[in-house]
Design a protein around this ligand. Structure first.
Ligand SMILES: NC(=O)c1ccc[n+]([C@@H]2O[C@H](COP(=O)([O-])OP(=O)(O)OC[C@H]3O[C@@H](n4cnc5c(N)ncnc54)[C@H](OP(=O)(O)O)[C@@H]3O)[C@@H](O)[C@H]2O)c1
Length: 279
């Protein structure tokens, strides 16, 4: 049995699905009360658990062969909380931990990367065999902008128009997580999950244009105003500033090796998205 946290989110739900496709039993930890028909339909055991609250982890992790720790995005408690949960996993006798990190956690200028870097460090002393997955930005992150792009012909880019990102499909990330959670011979490894090509915002706009059948251009939206103080907003600003300056590019080879095939391209992802209804 495999325990997955933040299981109702974009990453978690995809990981649960991939594990169930492999015939694994899954305990899906969700934060929000209420029915979870999607997870239940997959045949996962759904349990309630706020990662930032004291929880009966011994019970939640009892009998787990593997534990996939996905922490909610840009949460200030990640570094401390992850370390505490790794210790809980050791006490519960969990067989292996897979920690959901990010590409380039050592880019500590971004607070959420620094938190993941510290969490990775605490794995060393966890006393449980571990593997780390380091995804680049998901291709799906841009899906919400497609309606606006279809209407206006403009892709607003908060990370400029010069640097590139190796957008990766969350389905590929989840498939890689399922490999790390279930297969032998991967202990102590850190595995990057990057898409097959570096894409600038103008290139993404071009690909969106091809899919939408209209011209699309990328517009450089430079963040205005003071540095934000709230943690999540600070992470977001630092991330856009960093990506504007350095991009966010990784090699696809590690992911290809885990999947046994090339990672999906952004064009392949776009081809499967329903076209926005014009109106
Ligand atoms: N998105 C990307 O491009 C990307 C790239 C690389 C790495 N990552 C990393 O991947 C992880 C997941 O990101 P995501 O985009 O999949 O997140 P997401 O879709 O926003 O999912 C977050 C989930 O976390 C749950 N959650 C929120 N607060 C919680 C709490 N206090 N305790 C327990 N669960 C809580 C929510 O649960 P409920 O549904 O139950 O409310 C939600 O389903 C993050 O660590 C992120 O940094 C993301």
């Amino acid at each position: 049995m495999i325990v997955v946290t933040a299981a109702g989110g974009q990453t978690g739900a995809a990981v649960v699905r991939k594990l169930r496709e492999r015939g694994e039993q899954v305990r899906a930890v969700v934060a929000r009360r209420g029915p979870r028909p999607d997870l239940a339909a997959l045949g996962a055991e759904v349990v309630l658990g706020e990662l930032t609250q004291p929880l009966p982890w011994a019970k939640l992790l009892d009998g787990a062969d593997a534990f996939h720790l996905i922490w909610p995005h840009a949460d200030p408690d990640e570094a401390e909380g992850a370390g505490a949960l790794f210790a809980e996993a050791r006490r519960a006798g969990v067989g292996r931990i897979v920690y959901h990190s990010v590409l380039h956690p050592q880019a500590r200028v971004m607070p959420h990367h620094a938190a993941k870097d510290r969490a990775e460090e605490s794995l060393e002393s966890a006393g449980v065999p571990w593997r780390v997955l380091r995804p680049c930005t998901y291709a799906q992150t841009l899906d919400a902008s497609l309606d606006e792009v279809a209407r206006t012909g403009v892709l607003r880019s908060y990370w400029g128009v010069r640097t590139a990102q190796s957008l990766v499909d969350v389905e590929d990330v989840a498939a890689a997580a399922a490999v790390l959670l279930t297969e032998d011979g991967l202990d102590g490894g850190t595995f990057e999950a990057a898409g097959p090509e570096p894409l600038t915002a103008p290139r993404i706009a071009e690909l969106m244009g091809e899919r939408l059948g209209r011209e699309v251009v990328a517009d450089d939206v430079i963040p205005a105003g003071e540095q934000p103080t709230a943690y999540a907003a600070r992470c977001r600003r630092a991330m856009f500033d960093h990506h504007r300056e350095h991009g966010f590019v990784g090699s696809p080879r590690v992911l290809a090796a885990l999947l046994g095939r090339s990672p999906r391209s952004y064009a392949e992802h776009l081809a499967e998205l329903p076209l926005p209804v014009s109106g």
